[in-house]
Design a binder for this molecule. Structure first.
Ligand code: GUN
Length: 306
């Protein structure tokens, strides 16, 4: 038996089509949603991510601005930028791409974003709203994980969920969303005793550790759902062999490009799991789709629409 693959690209396409319809209705009412994407420095991955966010906005009819600043930008200068965006009525969402250069105090900058424009859901006010089940803005990747589960008809209520990874951006918020969805949730991390044994209890495993192929079949109860949040680039031949030996399609990709992408879940987990998100094409596409959803949510709330 091989796991059902949960197609994140297909789900993201459906969500974006729904967003485009909502944006058209808001625009017809003279209320086009607007997103500002702030990039500081020249990190190549961040350049790609922010460009894709702005491009997706344009494709869906959302007004978007890409604000790019030099690597030497100070915290004070960024605080001024965020302050201006907070005041602008045509901007509903503000996203400050992380990581910021080391001289910038990221916590101070994120704290300055108006919580009602915080489409990343990183502001402590929104963290508090999520944990107390008040309306707010929720981080995009955790929201995307929940949409994959929901749209794949995977039960959450009463299920055992194990989240591997305790980051503020993924692990903690996804654990909170699963808890709010009435799952029984365990959060694991690098110091958890008998991690494979704890994971084997789970009906749903969320892998968000950032360690390539760490979740092997011994971590997974037969038939469990495994959601792989990791995106790791594999360029070492020995590591490639540990992960993809015998996979002709990956071999061809590795040979031509010199690398391939792998999640935190070892590909052999597909032989044990009941359902599994692929990498690429699983959780990744949902992150941008949910950013679009959050931008429309922020726009509607700021205008007093439900
Ligand atoms: N860097 C990597 N992922 C993210 C994200 O979801 N939001 C922001 N702002 N920066 C990131």
């Amino acid at each position: 038996m091989s796991a059902q693959l949960l197609d994140g690209t297909r789900i993201a396409t459906a969500i974006k089509a729904e967003v485009a319809t909502e944006v058209a209705a808001l625009t017809a009412a003279g209320a086009t949603p607007g997103l500002a994407v702030v990039l500081v420095g020249e990190d190549p991955a961040s350049q790609v991510y922010t460009r894709n966010k702005v491009k997706t906005c344009h494709a869906l009819g959302i007004h978007s601005e890409h604000l790019v600043f030099g690597a030497e930008t100070t915290t004070e200068q960024l605080l001024a930028v965020v302050g201006e965006l907070n005041e602008r009525d045509d901007i509903d969402g503000i996203l400050v791409q992380l990581p910021l250069p080391s001289q910038c105090d990221a916590k101070r900058v994120l704290l300055a974003v108006d919580p009602d424009k915080d489409v990343d859901g990183f502001h402590p006010i929104n963290v508090g709203r999520l944990s107390t089940q008040r309306p707010g803005l929720v981080p995009c990747t955790p929201l995307g994980v929940m949409e994959i589960l929901r749209r794949s008809n995977i039960a959450i209520e009463g299920q055992e969920a194990v989240v591997v990874g305790r980051s503020d951006i993924v692990g903690k918020p996804v654990a909170m969303l699963l808890t709010n969805g009435h799952a029984t949730v365990t959060i694991c991390h690098s110091r958890t005793r008998d991690l494979p044994g704890v994971c084997r209890r789970a009906d749903i495993v969320i892998a968000a550790i950032g360690r390539t192929g760490m979740i092997t079949p011994e971590f997974v109860k037969p038939g469990a759902t495994v959601i792989d949040v990791g995106i790791n680039r594999v360029s070492d031949r020995a590591e490639f062999e540990r992960l993809f030996a015998g996979d002709a399609r990956r071999e061809a990709e590795f040979t031509t490009k010199g690398s391939t992408l792998c999640g935190d879940v070892h590909p052999s987990v597909a032989q044990v799991a009941g359902a599994l998100t692929p990498v690429p094409g699983g959780v990744g596409p949902l992150t941008i789709a949910m950013l679009m959803v959050n931008t429309v949510t922020a726009a509607r709330r700021r205008r007093g629409l439900s």
